[in-house]
Ligand binder design. Structure first.
Ligand code: FAD
Length: 475
């Protein structure tokens, strides 16, 4: 019998590990809620997504005659015991790229092979594996996105993705062994379950991913390059959590965009695929980094004088900074588990530069609250904003949260949606309520310091302090 170990690939289509496991016509699938000393535990929002996604995966696998076994603990203990108890000859999985996961996979592969079990792993969650794209001269991994993506595009991708496997003949009977119940994992947050609102916005699972992708291709791909920066337009794909859990593969996205464009990808398709390319780049950075979520990729930043500011951190987390665009983003995050990319950059910059709070605090909050919290994209993007990361925006380029708001949300539509207490302000005052005449505020019921905060820092003063701290670091 064969075993397919599902990890970051919760789909049936374009799944080479599953395809191989089914070659003998009798297979079981396994998902492990991994608990080890080295791996980072999943954040709350991702756990809630996982719960929903596993329900769908279990039923999709059931439909093709494959039982999904659930276990929690250390894969290095669970899988060898399972292969011995169930007399499994072959184990298959799709590769992952966090060095801590890679270490576990390598140790497990070695151990199983010693026990006489055949193990095979596959590329399925990226278009290009980190070691496939290296600079032609030095043969080292790229540190800058543009040459990385240029080199990647030259490599080419497989001509097509794999279809959903057909139903197998002999479904294994597994009743005799103790397996976990999904409900016993308590993946949904309790008291309160703050993720309840997520499911108005999201449909986890492979079918939900493809529905979202189809809608994006039909409605929002056209005009993507122009509109992707406007948070109120919802012009991006919102595929990030589906990619995070592997409910759709980047190869399927690649071919979907090409097929939709009739083979000739235009500037919108190209821009969209380049964003998927940033995900590839982050995975390469993650693979070669030494603990990307904890360690500055550029060690110069080890000497930065971060500020301990509990009140500032709480105001930021709860969307109470007094800067409407920042607050809108942080509230969107809390209510939906997602923030638009432009606003992610603004809120991250505000925490790091206006409050001078360590980027690791922001990364950890996103890790806990994003449904797409990704071991590669999250730390790489936080370090990109901080200036400590690969191909990063320089620290001294400080986003002005007011100008960003006026430029990308000119009518305040995004702010009105997420900060309802400001909804009746005019298009000018909504970006800077503290500058609005008292009478205007009174008319629309805004009482600064009572039902909406005054700015917790002054933009210019905060900017000057950030630049001074950066100067000290580089002195
Ligand atoms: P689209 O614009 O439709 O892009 C398609 C796909 O390309 C995305 O789903 C994503 O997989 C990838 N992508 C897009 N932009 C980026 C980018 N800048 N870097 C890497 N990949 C990208 N993305 C995550 O997937 N998980 C995270 O945990 C995450 N944390 C972030 C933290 C910060 C501080 C910032 C600034 C960005 C972060 N991003 C993260 C990147 C980006 O914001 C999201 O991928 C994007 O907003 C997801 O929306 P979408 O699927 O509609 O994107």
């Amino acid at each position: 019998m064969n075993l397919c170990w599902f990890r970051q690939d919760l789909r049936l289509s374009d799944n080479p590990a599953l395809r191989s496991a089914l070659s003998d016509n009798s297979a079981i699938a396994l998902f492990i809620l991994e608990e080890t000393d080295t791996q980072r535990p999943m954040g709350s929002a991702c756990k809630a997504w996982l719960h929903e996604s596993l329900i769908r995966l279990q039923s999709d696998l059931e439909a093709i005659g494959v039982p999904l076994v659930l276990r929690r603990g250390d894969a290095r203990d669970i899988i060898p015991k399972l292969t011995s108890d169930l007399k499994i000859d072959n184990v298959y999985w799709n590769r992952r790229y966090d060095p801590k996961d890679v270490a576990i996979d390598r140790a497990l592969m070695e151990h199983l092979k010693e026990e006489g079990v055949n193990v095979e792993s596959f590329k399925a969650n990226v278009l290009f594996e980190p070691w496939e794209i290296k600079s032609a001269g030095a043969g080292t991994p790229y540190k800058v996105f543009s040459p990385f993506w240029k080199a990647a595009l030259k490599e080419g991708v497989p001509a097509q993705s794999l279809a959903v496997p057909t139903k197998i003949q002999s479904k294994p009977q597994l009743d005799q062994l103790p397996f976990d119940n999904l409900e016993d994992w308590d993946l949904m947050p309790a008291s309160p379950n703050w993720t309840n609102g997520f499911w108005d916005v999201w449909v986890p699972g492979e079918a939900g991913a493809f529905e979202r992708f189809k809608e994006f291709l039909e409605i929002n791909l056209k005009g993507y390059s122009q509109n992707r920066d406007v948070p109120s337009k919802n012009h991006t794909s919102c595929l990030s959590p589906h990619l995070r859990f592997g409910e759709i593969s980047p190869l399927q996205i690649w071919h979907g965009v090409h097929a939709h464009s009739g083979g000739e990808v235009d500037k919108d398709g190209y821009k969209f695929l380049a964003e998927v390319g940033w995900r590839e780049f982050s995975h390469s950075i993650l693979f070669y980094a030494d603990n990307l979520s904890q360690t500055n990729w550029k060690s110069d930043f080890d000497g930065f004088a971060w500020v301990q500011d509990e009140n500032g951190l709480t105001a930021w987390q709860s969307g109470q900074t007094g800067y409407p665009l920042v607050d809108a983003g942080m509230r969107e995050l809390w209510q939906t588990g997602y923030i638009h990319n432009r606003v992610r950059m603004v809120v991250a910059s505000f925490l790091i530069k206006h409050l001078r709070i360590d980027w690791r605090e922001g990364e950890a909050w996103f890790w806990d609250t994003l449904v797409d919290a990704c071991p590669a994209n999250n730390p790489a993007s936080w370090q990109w904003v901080a200036g400590s990361g690969a191909d990063a925006s320089p620290f001294f380029r400080i986003f002005n949260p007011i100008m960003q708001s006026e430029k990308f949300d000119p009518k305040g539509s995004y702010i009105r949606k997420w900060v309802p207490e400001l909804a009746n302000l005019d298009n000018k005052s909504i970006h800077t309520p503290w500058e609005a005449p008292k009478l205007v505020l009174q008319e629309v019921g805004v009482r600064l310091g009572e039902n909406y905060p005054k700015p917790i820092v002054d933009h210019k003063t905060a900017r000057d302090k950030a630049l001074a701290a950066y100067k000290d670091m580089t002195a």
